[in-house]
Design a protein around this ligand. Sequence first.
Ligand code: HEC
Ligand code: HEC
Ligand code: HEC
Ligand code: HEC
Length: 492
Amino acid sequence: MIPRWPRRRCLAAPLLALLVGAPGLVAAQAPPAAASCIACHGAQGEGQAAPGYPRLAGLPADYLQRQLQAYAGGMRANPIMTPLARAMSAAERDQVAAYFSALPAPARAASAAPVVAADVAELALRGRWSEGLPGCMQCHGPQGVGVGAIPPLSGQPARYLAAQLQAWQGGKRPPGPLGLMASVAARLSAADVAALANHFGTGPRAVPGPAAVEPARAVATGFVPPPLSTIPDNEFGKVVRQGLAIFEHTGTNAPAFSGNALACVNCHLDAGRLAGASPLWAAYLAYPAYRAKNGHVNTFEERMQGCFRFSMNGKAPPLGSPTLVALQSYAYWLASGARVDPNLPGRGYPKLAKPASAPDRARGEKVFAADCAFCHGPEGQGQQAGAVQVFPPLWGPRSFNWGAGMGSVANAAAFVKANMPLGRGGSLSDQDAWDVALFMDSHERPQDPRFVDSVAVTRQRFHDSPMSMYGRRVDGVLLGEQSVPAGGSTVH
Ligand code: HEC
Ligand code: HEC
Ligand code: HEC
Ligand code: HEC
C-alpha cells in the first residue's frame, strides 16, 4: 500500500518564492553552503555522468528542498548525501535548493544509448496501460525535460536514474507526491529500468540489476486492440497513422476544428485504447446508434463531430472530410478482430454508483488541492512544458465547453474515479470522485454552442438535470453568464 501524499502543501514554498524572486539575488552568488556541493555536482550544478552524480541545475526548487529534507530525515537514505544534508540548517537547505534551481539547465548531452529500441521509446512516450503504467513523458514532459514540480530526467546520469527507480522498487526512497513514482517503479521490470535509464540518461550505460521485485501486473480482460507497431505500411496505414496523430495532437493536426488546449487522448486515454476510458475500438462498433442528445440515429462520424464541437470547443469537421476519415480509419483499425456489439466490455466510462452523501463542493475543493492541483495547477489551468500542454486544463477558456459530456458531474465522476490521478486510477474513494467532479464542473468554461436567448432558457433546454451546474448560482456567479463565446478561435 502506497501512502497518500500528505494533505499539506510545501511549507517552504513562500520562502522559496521569495528567494527565487528576490530582485537582489543573482544566480551567480552561491550561498556559502553550496561551495561543498560543486565538487560532485559540478560548478554549474550540471552533474557528473561517470560517477553518477545527478544534475541539480534547473530542477524545481521545492523538489530539491524536499530531497534534502528527505536525506536529512533519513527517509531517502544515501551514505554521501545524508550526512551532508544533516550538516545544513533548514534555512541553508532552502537556500541551496533555490540556488541550484535557478541555474540554467545544461545543454542536452547525448543519450547513453543513442539507438533506442522501439519498445523503450513506446514505454517512455505512451506507457504500458495494460499494466496501468502511463508513459514517462506524460508527467516528465517531452523528452523528459521536467514540468512544474516534476523533475527532469534528461541530463541525469543513466546510472543515477536506474538507481532511483531501484530505490523506489526497494522502498528506499520516499514515495513522493501522491505516491506516483513508487507506483510507476513497481510496474517496471529490471530490464525496463535499465532501458529507460539509458533512454533518458547520459554517460555510462546502466545494466539490468537483479529483478528485485516482480512488477505489478494488472490482468488485461476483454478485447485487446493490436499494437501500434503493426499499423500496415501501405496507403490505408498512412491514413490510420494520420488518425492517430490527430487523436493525440488534435490542436496541431486539426487546428481548424479545435478551439481549446485539449486533445482527444486527454479523455480517451492511451491513444484511445484504454478500456474504461471510452476506448475508440468499442465506440467504433457501437454506431450507428440513436442518441437522445440530438434525437436521431448518429453515425460514428457524426458522434465524433460532437466531441469536436463540445469537448474540443471547436467546429465539427464536415462528414467525409480528411479529418474524420482519418479518425474513423484509426478507430476501425483498432477494432480489428472485435465483434460488432454496442455493449462490448470496456466501452465508455464505468458508471459510478450514487455517493453515500450528496456531492459537496467544499469537500471537492479539498480533494482537488490534495490530489489534482499538483498536475492540473492550483487554478485548474493545466501546465505546459514550453509550447507543449503536458497537463490539460480542467476549466476556464482553454478547456471543454458547457455542452461537453465531461460537463456532466456523473460522467466526470466516472472518468476521474477510473483514471485520475494519472497512473493511480481507482485510488480515490467514490465519494471523493463525486465531490471533486462537482467542484471541477462548478467553474466557468466556454459557452454552450447551442446557447439560445439566455442562460436560463439554455439551461431549461439542454441542462435540465441535477448533473449539470450550468445556469446554477455558485458563490454569487451565475454559471454560463461569464462564459467566453464557444468555438474559441482566439484561445489556442
Ligand atoms: C561526494 C559527492 C557529493 C557531494 C559533495 C554532494 N553530493 Fe549531492 N549527491 C551525490 C550523490 C551520489 C547523489 C545521489 C544519491 C542518491 O542516489 O540518492 C546526490 C544527490 C543529491 C540530490 C538529489 C538530486 C535529485 O535529483 O533527487 C540533491 C538535491 C543533492 N545531492 C544536493 C547536494 C547539495 C546541496 C550538496 C552540497 C551541500 C551536495 N549535494 C553535495 C553526491 C554528492
Ligand atoms: C504520474 C506521473 C509520473 C509518471 C508517469 C512518471 N513519473 Fe517519474 N516522477 C514523478 C514525480 C512526481 C517525481 C518526483 C518524485 C519526488 O518528488 O520524490 C518523479 C521523479 C522521477 C525520478 C527521480 C528524478 C531525480 O532527479 O531523482 C526518476 C528517475 C523518474 N521519475 C523516472 C521516471 C520514469 C523512467 C518514468 C516512466 C516509466 C516516470 N518517471 C514516469 C512523476 C511521474
Ligand atoms: C474533455 C474530454 C473529452 C475530449 C477532449 C474528447 N472527448 Fe470524446 N467523449 C468524452 C466523453 C465524456 C464521452 C462520453 C459522453 C457520454 O457518454 O455522453 C465521449 C464520447 C466519445 C465517443 C463515443 C464513445 C462511445 O462509446 O459511444 C467518441 C467516438 C469520441 N468521444 C471521440 C472523440 C474524439 C475523436 C475526440 C477528439 C476530436 C474526443 N472524443 C475528445 C470526452 C471527451
Ligand atoms: C500526475 C498528474 C495528474 C494528477 C495528479 C491528476 N491528473 Fe488529471 N490528467 C493528467 C493528464 C496527463 C491528463 C491527460 C491524460 C492523457 O492525455 O493521457 C489528465 C486528464 C484529466 C481530465 C480530462 C482532460 C481535461 O482537461 O478535462 C480530467 C477531467 C482530469 N484529468 C481530472 C483530474 C482530477 C479531478 C484529478 C484529481 C482527482 C486529477 N485529474 C489528477 C494528469 C493528472
